[in-house]
Ligand binder design. Structure first.
Ligand code: NAP
Length: 252
């Protein structure tokens, strides 16, 4: 039986929200597949340990950049730095996101706009900058991390759900626009994954969410990272405009 080994040698992968959770797990998997990595979060310190781990795994120095994804000028300048260092971009993983629950009537203006800016506007701006870089080689894969909440909604998550449904809408339109350039755009809709974000909710809600998972357990960030790598690789070369649930059967 032949073994398939994913290899991203010579490829450049831009990951937002790489400092922990799903983004960090994806970075470590890509490192095992010899990728050149651009790792981003809001502070360089939060990326220091990951940088060491990546270097130990692949021997390749990642480009670590600190910026707020909602700062559109910083996104543009990151694109310029990627071009200057690597001269190419193959994969964008739009993963950074925030979760702030509030019931209708209790949603503050800063919360509304911060969530929409970080979870949605930033995803669109990253796609703009990344697709321009990918056009140079007429090849690329963009992976947007949405959420099961963007598909089915949840109490207290009107803003988060809107931002994540927006990510799905943006994914579908971008997939149509970019397909002729051989740039694929897909979304992942994780269910309940064991990260700081999932642990930030109350114990009662945590148990309630666990109870809704048919597989009976919370997901591991690596289980989302595996799907990210699939969508980034040539194994999915004919897959675009899809939303892939990674939720242990929460939706069935
Ligand atoms: P997490 O553990 O809270 O990590 C979030 C990441 O995003 C961190 O690396 C954080 O970096 C970065 N980030 C947050 N705000 C940022 C900003 N304004 N600018 C730049 N970076 C920022 O979350 P996670 O669970 O891994 O979530 C990753 C993605 O999956 C998110 O889009 C989330 O909505 C989605 N998701 C998660 C679950 C789940 O159950 N965990 C379910 C569905 C969807 P710093 O704080 O270091 O800057």
């Amino acid at each position: 039986m032949s073994m398939i080994k994913l290899d991203f040698s010579e490829q450049v992968i831009w990951i937002t929200g790489a400092s922990r959770g799903i983004g960090r797990a994806a970075a470590l998997l890509f490192a095992q597949a010899n990728a050149n990595l651009v790792l981003c979060s809001r502070s360089i310190e939060s990326l220091t340990q990951l940088r060491e781990e990546v270097l130990a795994i692949s021997g390749l120095e990642p480009l670590c950049l600190a910026y707020d994804v909602a700062d559109l000028k910083a996104v543009k300048s990151t694109g310029q730095q990627i071009l200057a260092k690597f001269k190419r971009l193959d994969v964008l993983v739009n993963n950074a996101g925030i979760l702030q629950d509030a019931l209708l009537g209790m949603i503050s203006e800063p919360q509304l706009f911060q969530t929409l800016n970080v979870n949605l506007a930033a995803v669109i701006e990253h796609m703009q900058i990344a697709s321009r870089l990918m056009q140079r080689h007429k090849k690329g894969s963009i992976i947007n991390v949405s959420s099961i909440i963007g598909r089915v909604g949840n109490v207290g998550q009107v803003v988060y759900g809107a931002s994540k449904a927006g990510v799905i809408g943006a994914t579908l339109s971008a997939a149509k626009e970019l397909a002729p350039s051989n740039i694929r755009v897909n979304a992942i809709a994780p269910g309940f994954i064991d990260t700081e974000m999932a642990r930030s909710i109350s114990p009662e809600k945590f148990q309630e969410r666990l109870n809704s998972i048919k597989m009976g357990r919370i997901g591991d960030p690596q289980e989302v990272a595996g799907v990210v790598l699939f969508l980034a690789s040539s194994l999915s070369s004919y897959v675009t405009g899809q939303v892939i649930g990674v939720d242990g059967g929460m939706l069935i």
